[in-house]
Ligand binder design. Structure first.
Ligand code: GTP
Ligand code: MG
Length: 347
């Protein structure tokens, strides 16, 4: 297994060999020396999967919902992969509990593939290898890829730049309705779900969200790339078909909806699946799919660029006496501006 050839893994991934698929993902996660070679060969084979991000507060029921959604997708005759990026949640024990539930509900189905990933420190954020794992699953030909992330900090922006469709999960009783809905969540949501609709206060949460959508109006805005290093290619080469054309093209806009689910009984989950499909249809019909592919590409290139720059800077730091430099800045013998320049220049 250690001496596995990339060519064998590539053939395995493409040919539906689950063992090789799992090995390929492990290579990506562990940043195997030949992982880049593997990913570069698999990348051109992708583009067929609909990538669906599911994010929301800890304990809102994301894992349960993703499991139920996977069952609905299977019932509709499609294959599905689940990627759970789980920082162990103080609420439920994160990955372990979520996985146990999933294993039971989906075990033995060859049309389902499940992979949990640790965030390794970046709480709630996508792991730095998530993009690569999605590339492998896309090349493996899964019709749908569900990506579960806890909505903390940067995670929302990251998932929205990674997925074609972003589902934001809320639950009643997680605190004051308005407070619980963090800034930025409306901007990234293509669909809002109030899960645990069997709990008291669900309708109040639905109403609060619907009102915020109306007041906010962000749901009518086209998606933007949030990074800075790589320019948003859409902004440079033209806008999506529906954007910036005033009220006359209002019909072409996607209206964010608020849906209710009880993930634990699968109530409302088939409707959610259908609305996700409707969003996919809308993306394809309006040209927004292509626009999002550009955003995803920009995000991917930028993420790799940042990682490489960081790696280089760290390598330089290791070779320099950073502590002495920081000490000099603290004592005001050196200013931080020139200190940063010195580190960058490597002397
Ligand atoms: N009453 C009720 N409980 C639910 C529902 N959906 C999930 N739960 C329960 O809520 C708890 C948390 O569910 P998870 O699916 O693990 O939630 P999560 O958002 O993935 O949690 P983290 O990954 O830890 O952030 C579990 O005990 C579930 O059984 C629901 O619709 N109604
Ligand atoms: Mg979970």
């Amino acid at each position: 297994m250690r001496n596995q050839d990339p060519a064998q893994l590539i053939a395995g991934v493409r040919g539906g060999d689950r063992l090789r698929l799992a090995q390929a993902i492990t290579w990506v996660e562990n940043e195997h020396p030949r992982a880049v070679e593997l990913l570069a060969a698999l990348y051109p084979c992708g583009g067929g999967s609909h990538i669906i991000g599911v994010t929301g507060a800890p304990g809102s029921g994301k894992s349960t919902l993703v499991t139920a959604l996977a069952r609905a997708i299977r019932a509709a005759g499609q294959t599905v992969a689940i990627v759970a990026i789980d920082p162990t949640s103080p609420f439920t024990g994160g990955a372990i509990l979520g996985d146990r539930v999933r294993m039971r509900a989906l075990s033995g189905d060859p049309g389902v593939f499940i992979r949990s990933m640790a965030t390794r420190g970046s709480l709630g954020g996508l792991s730095k290898t998530t993009g690569g794992v999605i590339t492998v699953l896309d090349a493996a030909g899964f019709d749908r890829i569900l990506v579960e992330t806890v909505g903390v900090g940067q995670a929302e922006v990251e998932i929205a730049s990674t997925a074609h469709t972003t589902v934001v999960v809320e639950a009643p009783g997680l605190g004051d309705e308005i407070q619980a809905i963090k800034a930025g969540i409306l901007e990234i949501a293509d669909l809002l779900v109030v899960n645990k609709a069997d709990r008291p206060g669900a309708d109040k949460t639905v109403q609060a969200l619907a009102m915020m959508l109306e007041l906010d109006g962000t749901h009518a805005r086209p998606r933007r790339h949030h990074g800075r290093l790589v320019p948003d290619s859409q902004a440079a080469t033209g806008t999506p078909a529906h954007a910036g054309q005033g009220e006359s093209r209002d019909d072409a806009r996607w209206r964010v909806e608020v849906l209710k689910t009880v993930a634990s009984t699968e109530e409302g989950v088939e409707t959610l699946r259908q609305r996700i499909e409707a969003h996919r249809d809308w993306l394809l019909e309006t040209g927004e799919w292509t626009a999002r592919e550009h955003l995803r590409a920009a995000h991917a290139v930028e993420a790799l660029l940042r990682a490489e720059l960081e790696r280089r800077i760290r390598a330089q730091w290791a070779a320099l006496d950073v502590r002495a430099l920081v000490e000099a800045v603290a004592q005001r013998r050196q200013d931080p501006y020139h200190a940063a320049q010195r580190l960058l220049a490597g002397h």
